[in-house]
Design a protein around this ligand. Structure first.
Ligand code: NAP
Length: 247
């Protein structure tokens, strides 16, 4: 049986492990950022590999016993691990697929401003009043110098400094409901929402709530998938790719 390394940390990665296991040997890899992660089916390893070379070494070790394939199902904004995966797969001569849920697209009534980075998002919200920041605690440093806006920061675990001086934290983990998101915007008198273009249904109700409430949204565009890496947009497509690599 082939051995699939799923680079995870997303809903899709967990769903993919569930779809493949136990027919396929699956090892899911998590970065270890979340204190109590939802564990996927199959084998799990937690923590960095030590760069692209460390990942290549891990793959080569497994490839002594089994054929190996890698599916990079990390978050669209986890840029470093995706580039490491591209280098490691090339070095170890194993097939690699990126699984990326489609990005969000604005609809009628949406007031979106797209920016290229968290730093640009921070500039966009200067003096903007009450900002609902949903870009994750790891990127808070980009907003640490913004002292002329109040931030409502939603994250799974409590943020650590540096973070903005005027900040309130909402500890929560998706999926989120439309009613819940409406309540957050209203209860906290939100003036602007900041989000990455993460895509997917689990966190998209905030966009609908913002449209309804006339709240503008600053959307951080995705970094590109490494050149030459094929992309699947659904778990089913990724499973088909794996089947095809086996034949
Ligand atoms: P990143 O900046 O791309 O990666 C930084 C380093 O963390 C990597 O070089 C690697 O360390 C380690 N790493 C990242 N993902 C890993 C994985 N799945 N397994 C083993 N090591 C991993 O990553 P990030 O943006 O901090 O995201 C970390 C994790 O959180 C990812 O797994 C991602 O799917 C998940 N996540 C990220 C976001 C986001 O907005 N960025 C949102 C939701 C979930 P070594 O170099 O030592 O191997």
């Amino acid at each position: 049986m082939p051995h699939v390394l799923i680079l995870g940390g997303t809903t899709e990665a967990r769903r993919l492990a569930e779809a493949l296991y136990p027919h396929v040997r699956v090892t899911s890899s998590l970065a270890g950022r979340v204190a109590a992660p939802r564990l996927p089916a199959g084998e799990v390893r937690i923590g960095g590999f030590g760069g692209a070379e460390g990942m290549a070494e891990w793959i080569r070790e497994q490839a002594r016993h089994d054929t190996v394939a890698v599916i990079d199902a990390t978050h669209p904004f986890a840029e470093t691990i995706s580039f490491n995966a591209a280098r490691a797969a090339a070095t170890a001569h194993v097939p690699l697929l990126a699984l990326r849920r489609p990005g969000w697209v604005p609809g009628a009534g949406d007031d979106w401003r797209e920016v290229g980075s968290l730093a640009e998002a921070a500039e966009a919200v200067r003096g903007a009043g009450r900002v609902f920041l949903t870009t994750g605690r790891m990127g808070l440093a980009a907003f640490a110098h913004v002292d002329d806006a109040h931030f409502l920061v939603r994250s799974v675990d409590a943020p650590e400094p540096p973070f903005p001086p005027r900040m309130e934290v909402l500890l929560d983990r998706g999926p989120f409901t439309l009613d819940g998101e409406r309540a957050v915007l209203a209860d906290h008198a939100i003036d602007v929402l900041v989000t990455k273009d993460s895509g997917g249904a689990a966190t998209s109700p905030k966009l609908v709530a913002a449209r309804e409430a006339g709240v503008p949204v600053v959307v951080v565009r995705r970094p590109p998938v490494p050149t030459g890496v094929p992309v699947a947009t659904t778990v089913e497509e990724a499973a088909r790719w794996l089947n095809a690599t086996r034949t």
